[in-house]
Design a protein around this ligand. Structure first.
Ligand SMILES: Cc1cc2nc3c(=O)[nH]c(=O)nc-3n(C[C@H](O)[C@H](O)[C@H](O)COP(=O)(O)O)c2cc1C
Length: 219
């Protein structure tokens, strides 16, 4: 068994954060450790047990630099978008400080991604935008995203930090060319930077209360 941190299941679930500034950019990550996390990720559910998941693991410095440059290009337009962390929760002043922290942390990652020792790009078979029915769209994303989160939990348990990112998907086709991914047959769903964390203590994140979000017996 690999060495894992002393975290019970609730601690693992409540302290797996979006790690950006606390990624240790100077410490290499062993491929064996990444493989272990992916093996655990493959225990996630998939629709019809299709198991159409693929994880592209990139440690090559030139490829990481190419992905980081696509990511930084996407970042440059992100702050002004209505969906950006700077603009969501605009109606809730209690979230302002948190969102400022998210933006500062995200900006740091955008400028340091090339130095993160491993990039993991989870993919799923098929082109999601070509799927007409909502059930099939939900089933396709639902057949890869749980595995991605399992990967991130397994990484946290091993002292690795990760951050769910999607910005590079603005330039998905160019990223597919960098990595030789068959773009017409496979959809990339995220880019997960992976590094050892600086320190292993993380706290639960600030979240909205259940009131207004939890609907008992109906909306
Ligand atoms: C679908 C999705 C897309 C995301 N895209 C990005 C991204 O492109 N870049 C980034 O830095 N963080 C991204 N995040 C991370 C979120 O900012 C983060 O999960 C959120 O701020 C909560 O962080 P916390 O768990 O540390 O509190 C994304 C998260 C999700 C679930």
């Amino acid at each position: 068994m690999p060495a894992t941190l002393d975290l019970d299941p609730d601690q693992l679930l409540s302290t797996t954060r979006a790690v950006r500034k606390r990624l240790d950019l100077s410490r290499p990550v062993s491929m064996d450790l990444v493989r272990e996390c992916i093996e655990l990720a493959f225990q996630a559910p998939t629709g019809s047990n299709a198991q159409g998941w693929h994880f592209v693991v990139v440690s090559d410095a030139g490829k990481r630099a190419a992905l980081a440059s696509l990511y930084e290009k996407a970042w440059s337009g992100y702050a002004a978008m209505p969906q950006s962390a700077a603009n969501v929760h605009g109606d809730d002043p209690t979230m302002a400080q948190t969102q400022e922290r998210v933006m500062a942390s995200a900006e740091y990652l955008a400028h340091h991604l090339a130095k993160v020792p491993v990039h993991v790009i989870p993919c799923v078979a098929g082109r999601v935008e070509a799927i007409p029915a909502v059930i099939a769209q939900a089933s396709t994303y639902g057949s890869i995203l749980p595995a991605v989160w399992s990967f991130m939990l397994a990484a946290r348990a091993r002292g690795l930090g990760t951050c769910w990112t999607t910005l590079h998907l603005m330039h998905e086709q160019e990223a597919a060319e960098v990595l030789g991914i068959p773009f017409d047959e496979v959809t990339q769903v995220a880019l997960i930077p992976v590094a050892h964390t600086i320190g292993t203590e993380f706290k639960p994140g600030p979240r909205k209360p259940l009131d207004g979000m939890l609907h008992l017996e109906g909306w």
